[in-house]
Design a protein around this ligand. Sequence first.
Ligand code: FES
Ligand code: FES
Length: 173
Amino acid sequence: MGQKTIRLNGKKRKVSVPDDSQQLLYVLREQLDQQGPKFGCGVAQCGACTVLVDGKIVRSCVTPLSSVADGADVSTLDGLATDDDDDLHPLQRAFLDKQAGQCAFCVNGMVMGALGWLQGRIDTGNRSVPEPREVADYLSGATPESTLNYICRCGSHPRIVEAICAAAGKMVK
Ligand code: FES
Ligand code: FES
Protein backbone atom coordinates (compact mmCIF):
# COMPACT_ATOMS: atom_id res chain seq x y z
CA MET A 1 0.00 0.00 0.00
CA GLY A 2 1.45 3.36 -1.05
CA GLN A 3 0.70 6.95 -0.16
CA LYS A 4 -0.09 10.03 -2.18
CA THR A 5 -0.59 13.70 -1.35
CA ILE A 6 -3.42 15.74 -2.83
CA ARG A 7 -4.54 19.28 -2.13
CA LEU A 8 -8.12 18.85 -0.98
CA ASN A 9 -9.99 22.16 -1.09
CA GLY A 10 -6.66 23.97 -0.74
CA LYS A 11 -5.21 21.85 2.08
CA LYS A 12 -2.51 19.22 1.70
CA ARG A 13 -3.81 15.78 2.65
CA LYS A 14 -2.03 12.41 2.61
CA VAL A 15 -4.05 9.45 1.43
CA SER A 16 -3.37 5.73 1.22
CA VAL A 17 -3.41 4.05 -2.14
CA PRO A 18 -4.59 0.52 -1.32
CA ASP A 19 -4.34 -0.68 -4.93
CA ASP A 20 -4.41 0.67 -8.47
CA SER A 21 -8.14 0.20 -8.84
CA GLN A 22 -9.23 2.27 -5.80
CA GLN A 23 -11.57 4.96 -7.12
CA LEU A 24 -11.22 8.56 -6.01
CA LEU A 25 -14.82 8.63 -4.73
CA TYR A 26 -14.07 6.05 -2.02
CA VAL A 27 -10.89 7.82 -0.99
CA LEU A 28 -12.74 11.12 -0.65
CA ARG A 29 -15.64 9.66 1.32
CA GLU A 30 -13.87 7.03 3.42
CA GLN A 31 -10.43 8.51 4.05
CA LEU A 32 -11.18 12.22 3.86
CA ASP A 33 -14.74 12.43 5.26
CA GLN A 34 -16.14 14.24 2.24
CA GLN A 35 -19.91 14.02 2.20
CA GLY A 36 -20.62 16.00 -0.97
CA PRO A 37 -19.67 13.46 -3.65
CA LYS A 38 -22.19 10.60 -3.71
CA PHE A 39 -22.28 7.09 -5.11
CA GLY A 40 -25.18 7.06 -7.56
CA CYS A 41 -24.67 4.74 -10.51
CA GLY A 42 -20.98 3.91 -10.20
CA VAL A 43 -20.59 3.88 -13.98
CA ALA A 44 -20.18 7.57 -14.90
CA GLN A 45 -23.82 7.98 -15.94
CA CYS A 46 -25.50 10.17 -13.31
CA GLY A 47 -23.05 12.83 -12.09
CA ALA A 48 -23.67 12.35 -8.34
CA CYS A 49 -19.96 11.75 -7.66
CA THR A 50 -18.67 14.82 -9.53
CA VAL A 51 -15.60 16.68 -8.21
CA LEU A 52 -13.04 18.96 -9.83
CA VAL A 53 -9.44 17.80 -10.28
CA ASP A 54 -7.13 20.66 -11.25
CA GLY A 55 -10.28 22.54 -12.26
CA LYS A 56 -11.52 19.79 -14.58
CA ILE A 57 -14.83 18.01 -14.07
CA VAL A 58 -14.24 14.43 -13.02
CA ARG A 59 -16.57 11.53 -12.28
CA SER A 60 -14.87 10.26 -9.16
CA CYS A 61 -16.66 6.88 -9.23
CA VAL A 62 -14.62 5.86 -12.29
CA THR A 63 -11.40 7.76 -11.61
CA PRO A 64 -8.74 5.60 -9.98
CA LEU A 65 -6.71 7.45 -7.39
CA SER A 66 -3.64 6.13 -9.22
CA SER A 67 -4.59 8.34 -12.19
CA VAL A 68 -4.70 11.50 -10.05
CA ALA A 69 -1.35 13.27 -10.10
CA ASP A 70 0.55 13.61 -6.84
CA GLY A 71 -0.15 17.14 -5.55
CA ALA A 72 -3.31 17.56 -7.67
CA ASP A 73 -5.92 20.08 -6.56
CA VAL A 74 -9.15 18.31 -5.75
CA SER A 75 -12.24 20.43 -5.08
CA THR A 76 -15.40 19.04 -3.52
CA LEU A 77 -18.74 20.50 -2.58
CA ASP A 78 -17.68 20.25 1.07
CA GLY A 79 -15.04 22.91 0.44
CA LEU A 80 -17.19 25.41 -1.46
CA ALA A 81 -18.16 27.36 1.65
CA THR A 82 -17.45 27.50 5.33
CA ASP A 83 -20.20 26.71 7.83
CA ASP A 84 -21.05 30.39 7.83
CA ASP A 85 -24.32 30.86 5.93
CA ASP A 86 -23.12 34.24 4.62
CA ASP A 87 -20.22 32.56 2.88
CA LEU A 88 -22.17 30.32 0.50
CA HIS A 89 -21.01 30.11 -3.10
CA PRO A 90 -23.50 31.72 -5.54
CA LEU A 91 -24.46 28.25 -6.78
CA GLN A 92 -25.24 27.07 -3.25
CA ARG A 93 -27.18 30.25 -2.52
CA ALA A 94 -29.17 29.92 -5.76
CA PHE A 95 -30.00 26.24 -5.11
CA LEU A 96 -31.37 27.21 -1.70
CA ASP A 97 -33.24 30.26 -2.98
CA LYS A 98 -34.86 28.32 -5.83
CA GLN A 99 -35.43 25.22 -3.67
CA ALA A 100 -33.66 23.33 -6.44
CA GLY A 101 -33.79 19.87 -4.99
CA GLN A 102 -36.16 17.43 -3.41
CA CYS A 103 -34.16 14.55 -1.96
CA ALA A 104 -30.97 16.47 -2.90
CA PHE A 105 -29.02 13.35 -3.84
CA CYS A 106 -28.16 14.81 -7.24
CA VAL A 107 -27.26 18.26 -5.94
CA ASN A 108 -23.55 17.56 -5.52
CA GLY A 109 -23.25 16.71 -9.21
CA MET A 110 -25.47 19.56 -10.33
CA VAL A 111 -23.48 22.13 -8.35
CA MET A 112 -19.98 20.80 -9.09
CA GLY A 113 -20.78 20.14 -12.76
CA ALA A 114 -22.21 23.64 -13.13
CA LEU A 115 -19.24 25.11 -11.27
CA GLY A 116 -16.69 23.47 -13.56
CA TRP A 117 -18.66 24.48 -16.64
CA LEU A 118 -19.38 28.09 -15.66
CA GLN A 119 -15.86 28.67 -14.32
CA GLY A 120 -14.42 27.21 -17.52
CA ARG A 121 -16.51 29.66 -19.59
CA ILE A 122 -15.43 32.60 -17.45
CA ASP A 123 -11.76 31.56 -17.58
CA THR A 124 -11.88 31.59 -21.37
CA GLY A 125 -13.42 35.07 -21.42
CA ASN A 126 -17.06 34.08 -21.93
CA ARG A 127 -18.90 36.22 -19.40
CA SER A 128 -22.36 35.75 -20.87
CA VAL A 129 -25.10 34.25 -18.73
CA PRO A 130 -26.26 31.00 -20.34
CA GLU A 131 -29.89 30.76 -21.44
CA PRO A 132 -32.04 28.12 -19.68
CA ARG A 133 -32.01 26.00 -22.87
CA GLU A 134 -28.19 26.02 -22.86
CA VAL A 135 -28.11 24.95 -19.21
CA ALA A 136 -30.62 22.17 -19.85
CA ASP A 137 -28.55 20.98 -22.82
CA TYR A 138 -25.40 21.07 -20.71
CA LEU A 139 -27.03 18.96 -17.99
CA SER A 140 -28.15 16.51 -20.67
CA GLY A 141 -24.65 16.13 -22.07
CA ALA A 142 -25.83 17.58 -25.35
CA THR A 143 -23.29 20.34 -25.95
CA PRO A 144 -20.11 20.39 -28.02
CA GLU A 145 -18.01 20.91 -24.87
CA SER A 146 -19.56 18.13 -22.79
CA THR A 147 -21.29 14.81 -23.29
CA LEU A 148 -21.59 14.16 -19.54
CA ASN A 149 -25.13 14.14 -18.26
CA TYR A 150 -26.50 14.93 -14.81
CA ILE A 151 -29.58 13.07 -13.66
CA CYS A 152 -32.16 14.18 -11.11
CA ARG A 153 -34.46 11.32 -10.30
CA CYS A 154 -36.90 13.59 -8.43
CA GLY A 155 -37.68 15.67 -11.50
CA SER A 156 -36.28 18.91 -10.10
CA HIS A 157 -34.51 19.78 -13.37
CA PRO A 158 -36.57 22.95 -14.08
CA ARG A 159 -35.64 24.49 -10.71
CA ILE A 160 -32.05 23.31 -11.04
CA VAL A 161 -31.81 25.05 -14.42
CA GLU A 162 -33.27 28.23 -12.88
CA ALA A 163 -30.76 28.07 -10.04
CA ILE A 164 -27.77 27.63 -12.35
CA CYS A 165 -28.88 30.58 -14.49
CA ALA A 166 -29.28 32.75 -11.37
CA ALA A 167 -25.87 31.72 -10.04
CA ALA A 168 -24.23 32.33 -13.42
CA GLY A 169 -25.55 35.90 -13.31
CA LYS A 170 -23.75 36.44 -9.99
CA MET A 171 -20.55 34.63 -11.03
CA VAL A 172 -19.93 36.78 -14.11
CA LYS A 173 -20.30 40.08 -12.20
S1 FES B 1 -21.91 7.76 -9.27
FE1 FES B 1 -20.42 8.57 -10.60
S2 FES B 1 -21.55 9.19 -12.31
FE2 FES B 1 -23.03 8.17 -11.10
S1 FES C 1 -33.52 16.20 -5.97
FE1 FES C 1 -33.65 14.03 -5.74
S2 FES C 1 -32.37 13.26 -7.30
FE2 FES C 1 -32.42 15.38 -7.66
